[in-house]
Design a protein around this ligand. Structure first.
Ligand SMILES: C[S@@+](CC[C@H](N)C(=O)[O-])C[C@H]1O[C@@H](n2cnc3c(N)ncnc32)[C@H](O)[C@@H]1O
Length: 268
């Protein structure tokens, strides 16, 4: 099953994923721990931006990290080596056709992957099959519709909408964060608990201004400029004004807000 990954795989996008992960470690992972000896599957590990945190938080868990991109896996291996982490094994694989027997894992972790898939429920069912009865899944997704900022700007909102539209045309759904509860239920998970994690950024939090507003969010929208213009979604002047206005929210009197959704659920 192949979906188009809206953000691409170039070095700039890899750096963006690493900035995003480093900035959000506390917000997203302060409560991500897996017991000693547990078998954990990370599906769609990308360049390993979350993998290192997972491994450091749960040093006695056995983590298997899978991605469909060989190039990303090579980056992820490097990231794990640099961090000196030894409890991760990497495998090439597709979440829809994973190379493991059913019930092989105690936990599955999936972050920023479902938003890129045209059949997220099929993926969730495939991941559920990887869990032993009583095993749990953790899913983290964003929701671009949760973006607001000061000063407000119609061009900035329209440039964000270009990303939402492009991802939709690629078969994905960048508004999936708000849907985690119903999607997990539909896929047959039990005891679903969703916890919204809001990133609030003003200039009293300079690491978030730089790491999130600029390097994660504005950079992500800026990254689809040529695709958005080629698709005729917006004229260049309005798109560029929108990007400038997103960076404007990183100025000393600017404010930026975005909500991630973290869900934990059980396979009975
Ligand atoms: C936005 S990246 C997120 C990577 C990582 N989880 C993180 O949070 O930084 C999405 C990843 O999902 C991977 N992916 C997309 N479809 C996949 C599939 N069918 N099977 C496995 N990985 C897939 C992509 O190759 C990409 O590395």
């Amino acid at each position: 099953m192949s979906d188009t990954y809206t953000h691409g795989y170039d070095e700039r996008e890899n750096a963006r994923l690493r900035d995003q992960a480093a900035t959000l470690v506390d917000l997203l992972h302060a409560d991500t721990f897996f017991p000693a000896e547990s078998r954990m599957l990370e599906a769609g590990c990308g360049v390993g931006a979350q993998t290192v945190t997972l491994a450091l938080n749960s040093p006695s868990a056995a983590i298997t990290s899978v991605d469909i991109s060989e190039a990303s896996l090579a980056e992820a291996r490097r990231a794990v080596d640099v961090a000196g982490v030894t409890n991760v094994t990497f495998r090439h694989g597709d979440v829809f056709d994973l190379p493991f027997p059913p019930g092989s894992f105690d936990h599955v972790f999936v972050c920023f992957v479902l938003e890129h898939l045209s059949q997220p429920i099929v993926a969730l069912r495939a991941l559920k099959a990887m869990l032993r009865p009583g095993g749990t899944i953790t899913v983290i997704e964003g929701d671009h519709g949760s973006t607001y900022f000061h000063p407000d700007s119609a061009p900035a909102r329209r440039s964000v909408q270009c990303l939402v539209e492009l991802q939709k045309r690629n078969g994905g759904n960048s508004l999936i964060g708000r849907e985690l509860y119903p999607r997990l239920r539909e896929a047959g998970f039990q005891a679903v608990r969703v916890s919204p994690r809001m990133v609030y950024v003003d200039s009293s939090r300079p690491h978030l201004v730089d790491g999130f507003t600029r390097k994660t969010f504005a950079a992500m929208v800026e990254g689809v400029r040529s695709a958005a213009l080629s698709a005729g979604l917006l004229d260049p002047a309005t798109f560029d004004q929108g990007i400038a206005d997103l960076y404007r929210a990183a100025e000393p009197d600017g404010v930026f807000c975005y909500t991630f959704f973290k869900a934990v659920a059980l396979r009975r």
